[in-house]
Structures are given as structure tokens and as C-alpha cells.
Design a protein. Structure first.
Length: 113
């Protein structure tokens, strides 16, 4: 994704990152297509977790996330899903909990419609 963004910033914005960032759009063209391909391969339960993280918008710890997932899942199942989503670089963990990068959050939010 970085290569796609770098090429776009170079081509469309004369390598001026500040101008690119001023537009406030991080998901476009090839990045959107890449996220769309990854998202379409997810199981329904993985999508549910992604949607829950997008709705929450702030980092969330696993016990809280476990309580928000509908239909309910086991801790073991949620751990497997979180690991899978992390390996796909769709989610990340910081000291405050699980969350998504802004571009992934923007993509998922746009999927709601």
C-alpha cells in the first residue's frame, strides 16, 4: 500500500505530502481495490469484528470487544479472528487495545453505506 500511496502522491501532488493530506482522503484507486479484495475474502465473523472495531472507533481491549460481538463468540474464536486480521494488516494492537489504521477505518466505514 505504501508504494501505491507514494506513487500517487508523487504523480498527482508533485510529492507534496501536505497537499495530499489536506484532501483528507486516504482510500482511493488501487488502495481501495486492494482493501476490497481483502475484505471480500473475510468470513462473516471476521467482518463482524471489523465492523465492531469501526463502530467503536477507539482502541478496545479484547474483553470489551468480546461483549460487543453479536452473535456472541468464544474467547478462543475471537483470539483466532484477531490474529487472522492482524496478519492481514487490517487491525493493529497498541497499549490501549485493538484498532484499525485510518485508511482501513475509512474503507470499512464506507462499506456501511
Amino acid at each position: 500500500m505504501l508504494k501505491i500511496v507514494a506513487t500517487t502522491i508523487h504523480f498527482l501532488f508533485s510529492s507534496k505530502i501536505d497537499i495530499f493530506l489536506a484532501h483528507g482522503v486516504t482510500v482511493f484507486g488501487d488502495i481501495y481495490d486492494l482493501l476490497d479484495q481483502q475484505f471480500q475474502r473475510l468470513s462473516d465473523l471476521e467482518k463482524t469484528v471489523i465492523y465492531s472495531l469501526a463502530i467503536h472507533r477507539k482502541p478496545i481491549l479484547m474483553p470489551e470487544l468480546l461483549n460487543e460481538i453479536i452473535p456472541p463468540v468464544t474467547s478462543q474464536k475471537l483470539l483466532g479472528i484477531l490474529e487472522s486480521l492482524k496478519l492481514l494488516s487490517l487491525i493493529e494492537f497498541n497499549g490501549n487495545g485493538f484498532t484499525m489504521q485510518n485508511d482501513v477505518m475509512e474503507y470499512v466505514t464506507n462499506q456501511f453505506g
